[in-house]
Design a protein around this ligand. Structure first.
Ligand code: APR
Ligand code: ZN
Ligand code: ZN
Length: 364
């Protein structure tokens, strides 16, 4: 059985342990991928902190790109040697949501199940290790369903491609697919990590005339300017709702929340103009409610959720990579740090402190 070094989470809020794990050989529609790069995402931090209610031990990581090592007998999308980007929005292609154009909401739950009596995908010393987000990308090898990957050209830079698998698809997709922001609209984005910066540049690409970036750190705000923000609001100094109103008159057409806090979601909603839309991209921990004014909602305002940028990732990811090749979608600039697998705990600490745009772990 293939052996891989991986960062294993054994407990809530404990450092990940770098250990050897067993990764099973692919069966059915499974693909074994040699990981080249995995980004460290805010959702991995949620997992680490126990916000997701998922079983342990597990191997976090889900923003990954790599090269196909071997495939199960039923796989048709890729062959060994193909370069792929992973996306956790595994789709069956046949359920009602998939067929209605929302494969990110696929209803088929057993796509990743292995037949009874067959060894698990991931294990350590004979014990089950749970796969996280259908990917577990903090590992030298990933065993995934073929509908968790999209083939990309062999010359695609893999660290950049990895980011497209989650934060770019999530942020740009929230603008293109969920909000369908129209040219000339006004936008504001709360939170300027990998997801929020992707929403900022999605708004720029979609032709927003004003893009207000909101964060509590000046360094993040300066980075956002490079991605297309036209105005900057530091929410630790100014009330962001008042600031957005002062800049736009009655509020923005589209507000995006890319942090995952109830308070900032409420702020984003309150900063929309009548008829405007607030899009919640960040992941709100289980059990946390959002409270908005009924009177505000009445003025044709919308509060929308966006799951992984409402993606159809086999269609979206190649499109985003084309925009990158044309120099229109910035990916190099999203990568502030690169580290080996051993750097994963430091990357989480820096993320919590708000110090990094994105760390990409590189393998091999
Ligand atoms: N107001 C404004 N900005 C804030 C606030 C606040 N109250 N609190 C934190 N921020 C900023 C941080 O300074 C940081 O720049 O939000 C940003 C969050 O960025 P990351 O931690 O890098 O998170 P990211 O990976 O972009 O994910 C954001 O999207 O997919 C989800 O699970 C993910 O909920 C997370 C969110
Ligand atoms: Zn489906
Ligand atoms: Zn992610």
């Amino acid at each position: 059985m293939p052996v891989a070094r991986a960062a294993v989470q054994h407990g809530v809020d404990q450092p990940l342990a770098i250990e050897e794990v067993n990764v099973a050989a692919p069966i059915g529609r499974e693909v074994l991928v040699r990981t080249v790069a995995t980004g460290v995402c805010g959702s991995d931090l949620h997992m680490l902190k126990g916000h997701m209610g998922r079983p342990l031990p597990t191997i976090p990581g889900h923003e990954s790109a790599g090269v196909v090592e071997s495939v199960g007998p039923e796989v048709t999308h890729v062959r060994p040697g193909d370069h792929v980007v992973c996306c956790l929005s595994t789709f069956c292609g046949g359920c009602e949501r998939c067929l209605s154009g929302q494969p990110n909401l696929c209803e088929t739950r057993d796509l990743d199940d292995r037949p009874e009596g067959v060894e698990p995908r991931l294990s350590r010393e004979g014990d089950l290790v749970h796969q996280f987000a259908r990917i577990s990308g903090f590992s030298e090898l990933m065993l995934v369903h073929e509908n968790t990957v999209v083939r990309v050209p062999d010359d695609t830079p893999m660290a950049q491609a990895a980011l497209v698998g989650c934060c770019v698809t999530t942020g740009v997709g929230a603008v293109f697919n969920t909000a369908r922001l129209e040219p000339g609209a006004t936008a504001a984005v709360w939170g300027l990590g990998g997801v929020g910066l992707s929403a900022v540049q999605g708004a720029r690409l979609a032709g927003a005339r004003e893009i207000i970036a909101v964060d509590i750190r000046d360094d993040k705000l300066e980075v956002a300017r490079g991605f297309g923000a036209t105005q900057l609001v530091n929410a630790s100094r100014d009330d962001p709702v008042k600031a957005v109103r002062a800049l736009t008159g009655r509020g923005v057409d589209y507000a995006f929340e890319a942090i995952g806090l109830a308070r900032t979601t409420e702020q984003a909603f309150t900063a929309t103009r009548p008829g405007g839309s607030a899009v919640l991209i960040g992941i709100i921990p289980e059990g946390v409610d959002i409270s908005v004014s009924g009177r505000y909602l009445l003025a044709d305002r919308r509060l929308m959720g966006s799951s992984m940028g409402s993606n159809r990732f086999r269609f979206d990811i190649p499109k985003y990579l084309d925009l990158y090749r044309q120099g229109r979608l910035l990916l190099d600039e999203l990568i502030s740090h690169r580290a080996p697998l051993e750097g994963v705990n430091e990357a989480f600490e820096a993320m919590e402190a708000g110090e990094r745009t994105r760390t990409v772990l590189t393998f091999g």
